[in-house]
Each structure stands twice: as structure tokens, then as C-alpha cells.
Design a protein. Structure first.
Lengths: 508, 449
């Protein structure tokens, strides 16, 4: 194994002082030693990267998937559903399909999340899920009295071929008998078909958004609002979008607003059963058919709903890009202004100015840095453009979910700035990891799944996207908008300062 | 409003004084308890804290580091299963797609097995987990595993764990241990020392296995294999050559301990190292079994002297405080006794999937007036917490944030990495200090405004 090369120069210390030499120096001499030479070395977890067989690296040549950058479809559907006020997702599947997502939500958002299960057992696998569905809906209404039930199907119920729509008719009859005919006004049921083998969480969110709009939206008089389908961004991001809309005096309907359901204040006493006070109201979802336009911030996570509203109710749909970074946020704000006729307010111009000022103050840290990016397609594409704007060079850009627009968007951004990154559209993290380890990368932008890669390759990590579960507070921070861009910029620069320079060389 | 009326009739709702009458809640009285209704499937429409069989199987098998773990199923299960007890493991998946559902996933499984072997030639054996999907479409994975074992030159073990197979993850624990017992244990002979033992049911959370090993080593006892916290391949296959099995987690490890007792005649000793009295009792029991009474007492005395100053500081602070427990299973009874050592009062205790033995044990050690709950839903826990208002609540991460929302301190199990191990004598101090943190955190003063 000795003939195999170490992963990159960071470990070999080519042309630099070694750690021993550096420690032996009584004081860091300033003359004659460049910053590059007093680079801080951190012990990598594994000393040598042994590249696997070339034939097995690309995911297209493999049938096994290693470290997939995606979760199952029902998770996305549940994410959208918990953003609706008093909505409980009802998972037509086994208990694990409920508990694993609840566990994941808890880890990311540090909030309790109520998701009910149809608890499939062997009998359901043999006889079908009809009995579980009917009993489950009844028990859910009886105990929790929700306003919306989002029925989320999973692999097992789709394979055994449960006729959910048929079951629902039966369930309505049963509910009317027990709770009276008013129940039809008090309760809405949305059916979301999300067999896990058909896509990823991104597709699941898309399915859910479409199902909600399709089931609930109704034509009424125009309301002069804009619809926002946020996609899988954090509560902090949604607050920032609301902030921009408020500054521009635009009325809006924020669909799947998790900002007050997955980031709630701790205030006593709590009512029983515990429901977060926020979330999108049903009235608002019904009203989406009468808006000025639909903004799907993440095109892959709102395309279905936006297209449906455009075709059925002639509400024009604007698909992305996610307003992260200067160019994308400019585009978002300008489009908003065009559609609503509201001028871009002075406050927004000030916020933009602050971001530009921050970029001007820090470009010497970011320029020329080589960066690898991973995440959900829209976040990764937007982050790539922002990195280009900071003068950083994207080397490898990875999206776990295959997307129609991701590769084009990344390519367009990089072509504008003259870079040629390797783009992975819907592979697995194993092939991306290989590029990260072989190329000399200065920084990784990715989620918490990249921690091991970052440790092994000895490259610092900036956490962004879904999921971040090993740091606190990230769900409350915004990455989108001008203020979010400023936060992300500080994060990137501080991470570079931590990793690349000794502490006494970063005083301003 | 009809819905509201329905709720008034709801027997789940407790009145002013807690008069819970739900089917799965019992109040401890002096009479004997014969009406144990546990291990039943949970009702549909419940926000259950239970999980599926695959989760249970991963819970047991994830710490086995020299194996390849291949999940045969859609990609979601693999991604969820890669995190066990807050720790990430690399996991391989066949990532079944729509095409495979129609035409069968066998070819993909065979190809994947060859590839993982090529990627990890140093691995000793391979686990293939079956999830709901391949079980429903009827992939004959058993045949594949049997034949691929010959091709690849290492055991390929099928873990038949579709999520719907049992009423909770307890079934998954049993399936996982059965796999180890049937496929691996007993393959290799070795010379057995006079004081060799196995530990069953310790999962090396924050190096708890190392703590136990060193504690027992000071008594002169050699721990051969810890299922599954510290179980390299070589040790698993010769695990039948020991004098004694220590059963720590009664629920998950019982099947393995019984099977080994039946087949190899290895006696099994049920002990626990949570809490002071149980650790002392456990060490004494082991000492008695091996005739090492003096050594056991020496270790106990030394360890107790070492922690005494800290214990003296902590005990008055925790005395009389109210605690509530909700765990997987075995800890329900074990922690009752640990909290007794601290002088704390347990207002309710419960488990997701406990069996009759665990409930009987909990009943035995619980004080009169304690509520015992089986398979509590989120709803039940909310009501119990609100009515009984414990000072601290202990459970898993799903209950953590609910408890915080109600303004009650929480102590997480399995403990986060920032805390040390909870077993043994020093672990008891760690545990008590975690409780102290949860109860005395200044944040609870600010909750009311």
C-alpha cells in the first residue's frame, strides 16, 4: 500500500514547515515566511486515502448505493404537512415509517413533532390496510381533533395496492355517523401518494405541495397576494423571506410555513393536546387559487404545485432560483417588484448594501479558494452561485436527488465566472467524496453527513442545507436573502480563518 | 361542535386529580397484579413512540464494525438506519427503484453483494437487512445469501426485518440475536479460562463496555465478548466457550441468553450496573458465582470510597425530587432502583415494548401510587406529565422536546456524547449529575413570565 499517494498536499506538507519545525520556533517570524507556510495542520482521522478501484467509483457503474444524499419520499411529505396549522400527518405504513422521521425532525429542529401511524403489522400486509386506515382516522379525530389530516402513503401500502381514495369515502361515512355531518366542515383530508422507491424527500415535498393545492384550492375573488412555496428550507429562512415581503409591503400566503411549527417558543401553560400556534391556515391554502403569482423558491420542491395553479387557475408560476446570494436575491426582489408593482424599498437596498460591504471587506480571504458543495439540488445550485460571487472556485457540486434544472443552473453560474466543476446530479456521496479527497479542496459546503469526509480529508466544513443535526441554532439562522447571505459569508470566512491561519494572525 | 363533545366522553382525559383510566395505565396498589396486558400491537391512529423491526435489528447490529451492512430496500430505510444511538455508521443500500419493484430486486442484490465485497475486502461477514419492500414483492433473499456466502468466501447473513413483522422493535432485537446465534456463535473452538464470561445487552454507549470490562478485570474476571458493544468476529464465533453469561438488558438479550443456556449449558446471571445498589448487588452475585467474594468486596469498597465525596454533595440536592421514566423496556425497572438509591420519588414509569417479566419487576420495585404505563402515545405522556408534574423526565430524544415544551427538565437516554458512561460507580455519579443538571438548570426559573 506504500505506493499509494496521500490525498493531497495538506498532509504531505510540501514546501512548508512541518508541525515539529513550527512548534520549535520560539516566535512566529514575520519576514520570509508566507501565510501558506504557517498553515495549521490538524490530524486527519485516517492518514492515507486509499482510492478504491476506479471501475467502482461512479454510481452509474454500480448497483450498490453508498451514503445516499437523500431520504425517502414520505419524509418530504411530512415536512410539508407539519407546516400546516393543526395538521397531523397520518402515515399509512409500519411504525418505523413514523418513528424514524420523528426522530430526524427532533434531531434537526429540537421540537416535538406529532405524526400518527396506521401501525401496519403482518395482518395488514396480508389483508391490506383498510381496517388500519379506518380505525386510524377515527382514533386520530377522536383523540387529537386536528383540522387537517395529511394521509401519507409509504412503500408498503403502495405495493400492496391500498385504495386510499376508496377507503377515505368509507371513512367519511363512518366519521359522519359518529361525529355528525359537521365533521366535513371541521376536518379536511389530503391524500399524498409517496412510495419511497419512486423518488427522494425532494420529490415527496413536491408531491405534498401539489396534493394540498389540488385538494383545497378554490377560485374566489382576487386577493392581491403572492403565494410562496418555500421548499425544504429552515424556519429562519422562511422568516427572512417574510421579512423581505414585509419591507416591500406585499401581502403573501406562505405555504407550509414551518417557521412557527418547528421553531416554537417555550411558554407556559401549554394547551392540551399540544399544537404549535403557527402554520399555514386552511383558509390561506384555499385562497392560493386567487393570487397574483406563485413563487416556488426551490423549483424542485414546488414545481408541481406551481404548474397546477398556473394551468388550473391561471396563477403564473415563477420557479426559483432560491434567493441565496446576491444575484439570486436580486432576481427574486426584482420579480416581486415587477409582479406586484411595489417599488424596491430603501431598507432592502440598505440590506443589500450591507451584504456587498461585507463581501468587499472579506474577498481577500475567499478569492481563489477551492470549494466542494453538496446538498439538495436547489440549495446546492444557489450556494454554488454564491461561492462564485465570492470569488471561490467550485470543484465538485453534488445533489443527492436527480433534478431537471440543477445541472444547468450550476453550469450556467460556473460558466459565467469561468469555472468547470464536476457535477453530480443524483448520484451518491461516495463518488463526490472521491473527488473531494483527490482534488485539493479548501472548504466543503454541505450538511452534517459530510462531517466524516471533512475530517478524513482534513478540510473544514461549513454546514448548510438539510440535515444539520450536530450543531445548535442552525435551524433558526437564515441563509436566504441579503441578511442571510451576510450570515453565510461570515460563516464561510470564519471557518477559513479558523482552519487556515494561526490565531494570532487574524486580528483586524 | 361534535368533536368537542366526543372529547368529553374520552376516558383518556384525566380529571383534576389524575384519574387515568386508560387501558394501558395501571396504578401500583398493594394487591398482586395479574392483569398485565403488554406486547400488544398499538392501535392505528396513535402517535406511538414505538418503532419497527428494522430499527430494532439495526439497534443491535450497528456496533459490529468488522461487518458489511447492506440494506436491501429503498434508499430511505438505509439513510435512517445509518444513524443508531446518535452515531453515524457507513451503510450500503441496494436502493430499490420502481423498476426493481416490478421485476424483482434479486439481480440488484447479487450485484451489490459482489461490489461491497470488492469495496471492503477486509470485512469478515456481511449482513443483508430485508425491509418491507423486498418482503412484500417476495424477493428470495435467503437463497441469495446462502449461495453468495460460498462465492464471496465469507458468511452472508440475512436479517429478515421487514417493518411490519412484529408489534415493535423488540421483535427486531430478537431477530438480530437469533441471526448471531444461528449463523456465527459456535463456529470456532477455543480454550476456556476459569473466569471467562460474556456480557449480553451492552451497546458500548460512551464506552460503557470498557468501563464494565475494567471493573470486572479488577475482580479477576475476563470478559470475552460483549454483545454487541465490543464483539469482533473472532470473539463472536467462539462466544460459546465461556463459564457465564451476564444478562444486562433483559428485554433485548433474553433470547440469546436462553438459547445459549439451552444449547451450550452456559448459565445466565441477570445483573445490572445502573445505580449503586444494583452495581454492588451485581458484583457480589458474580463474586459468589466464581467464589471471588473477597475480591468483589474489595473492588466495591475501593470504588465506593472514590465516589463518596461527590455522592455526599449530590444526594441532598436530589432527595425527594419527583422523576418520571419512559424507556424502551428494561431500563424501566432498572432505573426505578437507581432512583431509589438517590432518594428520588418516581411518579410514573413506562416502556414502549416491555415484556411481562419487565413489568413484573417494575411492579415489584415501584412504590405504592406509582403509575405504570405500556406503549404510551405522545398524548398519554402529555397528560401524565401535566397531571403529575415531575421535576425531571427521562426517555429518548422523541420525548425530549415535548418535555421541554411543558417546562420539565429532561435527561436523555442513551446519553449524549458530552456525558460520560452511566454504568458502574463513577457512571452513577455521571448519571446523578445529569439529573442534577436537568432539575437545577437556571432556565426553569425563567419559564414563567
Amino acid at each position: 500500500m506504500s505506493e499509494l499517494k496521500p490525498i493531497n498536499g495538506n498532509l504531505k506538507l510540501n514546501g512548508r514547515l512541518t508541525i515539529e519545525q513550527l512548534n520549535a520556533l520560539p516566535e512566529v517570524p514575520i519576514e520570509g515566511i508566507t501565510y501558506e507556510q504557517i498553515y495549521i495542520e490538524k490530524e486527519p482521522i485516517c492518514p492515507e486515502y486509499i482510492p478504491p478501484d476506479e471501475s467502482i467509483i461512479p454510481s452509474s457503474k454500480r448497483s450498490v448505493v453508498i451514503d445516499p444524499g437523500r431520504i425517502c419520499m414520505p419524509f418530504g411529505a411530512m415536512w410539508a404537512s407539519v407546516g400546516v396549522h393543526k395538521c397531523i400527518p397520518f402515515v399509512q405504513g409500519a411504525q418505523g415509517c413514523t418513528t424514524y422521521p420523528r426522530y430526524t425532525f427532533s434531531r434537526i429542529f429540537r421540537e416535538p413533532v406529532s405524526i400518527a401511524t396506521a401501525s401496519f403489522h403482518e395482518d395488514a400486509a396480508v389483508f391490506g390496510g383498510r381496517r388500519n386506515f379506518l380505525q386510524g382516522i377515527r382514533n386520530l379525530v377522536y383523540r387529537y381533533h386536528p383540522e387537517v389530516i395529511a394521509v401519507v402513503t409509504v412503500c408498503s401500502s403502495e405495493i400492496i395496492g391500498d385504495d386510499i381514495e376508496g377507503f377515505l369515502n368509507e371513512a367519511w361515512e363512518m366519521l359522519e355517523e359518529e361525529f355528525g355531518p359537521e365533521i366535513r366542515d371541521q376536518l379536511k383530508v389530503v391524500i399524498i401518494h409517496t412510495p419511497s422507491f419512486a423518488g427522494s424527500h425532494v420529490n415527496g415535498y413536491d408531491e405534498a405541495a401539489k396534493a394540498f393545492v389540488k385538494t383545497l384550492a378554490k377560485r374566489r375573488s382576487p386577493n392581491n397576494k403572492v403565494n410562496i412555496i418555500p421548499g425544504m428550507i429552515t424556519p429562519g429562512d422562511i422568516r427572512e423571506i417574510k421579512h423581505i415581503l414585509k419591507l416591500m409591503h406585499i401581502d403573501y400566503i406562505m405555504l407550509f410555513d414551518i417557521s412557527e411549527t418547528l421553531d416554537c417558543p417555550l411558554r407556559l401553560p401549554q394547551k392540551m393536546p399540544y399544537y404549535p400556534k403557527g402554520g399555514t391556515r386552511i383558509e390561506e391554502i384555499i385562497d392560493t387559487a386567487n393570487s397574483l403569482a406563485t413563487f416556488a423558491l426551490c423549483p424542485d420542491e414546488g414545481r408541481g404545485a406551481a404548474n397546477y395553479l398556473a394551468k388550473r387557475y391561471e396563477v403564473p408560476g415563477i420557479l426559483g432560483p432560491l434567493p441565496l446570494g446576491v444575484h439570486n436575491t436580486d432576481k427574486f426582489v426584482k420579480t416581486l417588484s415587477e409582479i406586484t408593482g411595489q417599488p424596491i424599498s430603501e431598507e432592502i437596498k440598505d440590506e443589500r448594501g450591507i451584504l456587498i460591504d461585507a463581501m468587499a471587506d472579506t474577498f481577500h480571504y475567499t478569492m481563489g479558494r477551492r470549494v466542494a458543495i453538496c446538498g439538495d439540488p436547489d440549495i446546492a445550485a444557489a450556494a454554488t452561485r454564491f461561492c462564485c460571487e465570492l470569488g471561490m472556485e467550485p470543484v465538485a457540486v453534488f445533489s443527492g436527488t436527480q433534478s431537471a434544472t440543477f445541472a444547468q443552473e450550476v453550469w450556467a453560474a460556473c460558466e459565467e465566472y469561468g469555472y468547470k466543476p464536476v457535477i453530480f446530479n443524483g448520484g451518491d456521496m461516495f463518488e463526490w467524496e472521491d473527488v473531494v479527497k483527490k482534488e485539493k479542496v479548501d472548504l466543503i459546503l454541505g450538511n452534517s453527513k459530510c462531517v466524516n469526509i471533512s475530517k478524513e480529508a482534513n478540510v473544514p466544513l461549513v454546514r448548510i442545507g438539510f440535515p444539520v443535526y450536530d450543531r445548535v441554532g442552525y435551524q433558526r439562522r437564515a441563509y436566504v436573502g441579503y441578511r442571510g447571505g451576510e450570515f453565510l459569508l461570515s460563516l464561510i470566512v470564519n471557518t477559513i480563518l479558523d482552519a487556515k491561519f494561526p490565531d494570532d494572525r487574524v486580528h483586524q | 361542535m361534535k368533536v368537542a363533545k366526543a372529547v368529553k366522553r374520552d376516558k383518556w382525559r384525566c380529571g383534576g386529580c389524575c384519574s387515568l383510566k386508560a387501558a394501558n395505565v395501571w396504578k401500583k396498589t398493594k394487591e398482586l397484579w395479574d392483569d398485565i396486558r403488554c406486547q400488544r400491537p398499538s392501535a392505528p391512529g396513535k402517535i406511538t413512540q414505538r418503532s419497527c423491526v428494522f430499527y430494532g435489528a439495526r439497534w443491535i447490529l450497528a456496533p459490529l464494525k468488522d461487518a458489511i451492512h447492506l440494506v436491501h430496500g429503498p434508499v430511505g430505510c438505509a439513510q435512517y438506519g445509518s444513524t443508531v444511538r446518535g452515531q453515524s455508521y457507513r451503510i450500503f443500500s441496494t436502493a430499490l427503484e420502481e423498476r426493481d419493484i416490478i421485476f424483482g430486486g434479486i439481480n440488484k442484490l447479487i450485484k451489490s453483494l459482489f461490489e461491497v465485497r470488492q469495496l471492503k475486502p477486509e470485512a469478515k461477514y456481511i449482513f443483508v437487512y430485508l425491509t418491507c419492500t423486498p418482503s412484500l414483492i417476495g424477493d428470495d433473499a435467503y437463497w441469495v445469501c446462502k449461495h453468495m456466502g460460498k462465492h464471496l468466501g465469507c458468511p452472508v447473513i440475512m436479517v429478515d426485518s421487514p417493518g411490519f413483522k412484529g408489534e415493535s422493535q423488540a421483535k427486531g432485537h430478537k431477530i438480530a440475536y437469533d441471526c448471531l446465534f444461528k449463523e456465527l456463535i459456535g463456529k470456532k473452538e477455543r480454550e476456556v479460562g476459569p473466569y471467562d464470561i460474556n456480557i449480553i445487552g451492552d451497546y458500548n454507549i460512551n464506552s460503557e463496555s470498557q468501563v464494565l470490562k475494567s471493573l470486572l478485570k479488577r475482580m479477576g474476571i475476563h470478559v470475552h465478548c460483549v454483545f454487541t458493544g465490543d464483539a469482533p468476529y473472532e470473539k463472536i464465533i467462539s462466544a460459546h466457550k465461556v463459564r457465564l453469561n451476564l444478562l444486562i438488558c433483559q428485554n433485548s438479550g433474553q433470547s440469546l441468553a436462553k438459547a445459549m443456556e439451552r444449547k451450550y449449558g452456559i448459565p445466565c446471571l441477570k445483573v445490572s450496573f445502573f445505580g449503586l445498589s444494583q452495581t454492588i448487588e451485581g458484583l457480589k452475585k458474580i463474586g459468589e458465582f466464581f467464589g471471588l467474594k473477597k475480591e468483589a468486596e474489595r473492588v466495591i469498597a475501593e470504588e465506593y470510597q472514590a465516589i463518596k465525596p461527590k455522592l455526599d454533595w449530590l444526594l441532598p440536592k436530589l432527595k425527594g425530587k419527583k422523576a418520571a421514566l419512559f424507556f424502551g423496556a428494561a431500563r424501566m425497572a432498572i432505573l426505578l432502583r437507581a432512583l431509589d438509591d438517590l432518594g428520588m420519588k418516581v411518579v410514573f414509569t413506562g416502556s414502549q415494548f416491555g415484556n411481562k417479566d419487565t413489568y413484573k419487576e417494575a411492579w415489584q420495585y415501584a412504590k405504592t401510587g406509582t403509575y405504570i404505563i405500556d406503549d404510551a402515545s405522545e398524548h398519554d405522556l402529555e397528560h401524565l406529565l401535566k397531571e403529575l408534574r415531575p421535576d425531571v423526565f427521562m426517555g429518548g430524544i422523541k420525548e425530549n422536546f415535548l418535555s421541554h415544551k411543558l417546562g420539565i427538565g429532561f435527561c436523555n437516554f442513551p446519553q449524549p456524547k458530552v456525558r460520560g458512561p452511566y454504568v458502574g460507580f463513577k457512571g452513577f455519579i455521571n448519571f446523578a449529575y445529569s439529573l442534577y443538571q436537568a432539575i437545577y438548570a437556571p432556565v426553569w426559573q425563567f419559564v414563567k413570565f
